[in-house]
Ligand binder design. Sequence first.
Ligand SMILES: Cc1cc2nc3c(=O)[nH]c(=O)nc-3n(C[C@H](O)[C@H](O)[C@H](O)COP(=O)(O)O)c2cc1C
Length: 202
Amino acid sequence: MTAPSENTAEYLQALSERPSAPLRTETFRQTRPSTVGPDAVEPPFPIFLSGAVQKGFGRGGKDLGCPTANLPDESITPMTSVCKPGVYFGYAQVYGLSEQEGKVHPMVMSLGWNPFYKNERLTAEIHIMHEFKSDFYGHDMQAVVLGYIRPELDYTSREALIEDINTDKRVALKSLSREAYMKFGVDPNPANGGFDQERPSL
Ligand SMILES: Cc1cc2nc3c(=O)[nH]c(=O)nc-3n(C[C@H](O)[C@H](O)[C@H](O)COP(=O)(O)O)c2cc1C
């Protein structure tokens, strides 16, 4: 087995100490771009992930108004082996829901140790930008990660983290509105395997 590249989430996870995250500053808040990444989807993206949705600590929905679906540890290697921790954007789809809820929706993802909450375990948490009527733990989910937004930061208040997450959502939607990104959001017929159906032509 080859050693994971430096600075990837997988490499950092193997260290005895969790990486320290910079504290979010006012300058960072004021200078955030509204679109991120190149106009074309460039390697290592797109990265496809899939797995059954797991329960996190449940703080995303309760504390932050931003529920997140966690992917199982073994399913996030395609991402952790090539990406640094941080906030990413793309699309996600949950199977076994109604036609409307089971569509491909835009998503934002946090990959890391949630420095504000000082988690010990590396997680990949996906917030799907759709108001779901109920929880979907245990359902299969598929996601395609298309770009990087920002590093994970530490915060002095919950409100500041919420403000950044709201900005992340706006940045994701704007970044996804470019042609090369939009094609990944085409609503595939779930009966034909959702994103899987799209993969060979990418
Ligand atoms: C788009 C997005 C960005 C996030 N950015 C950060 C961050 O910069 N720092 C941080 O500590 N946590 C960040 N989080 C993670 C939240 O802290 C996390 O979702 C929360 O702890 C809820 O997790 P839980 O439901 O498993 O408890 C982010 C989450 C999302 C969805």
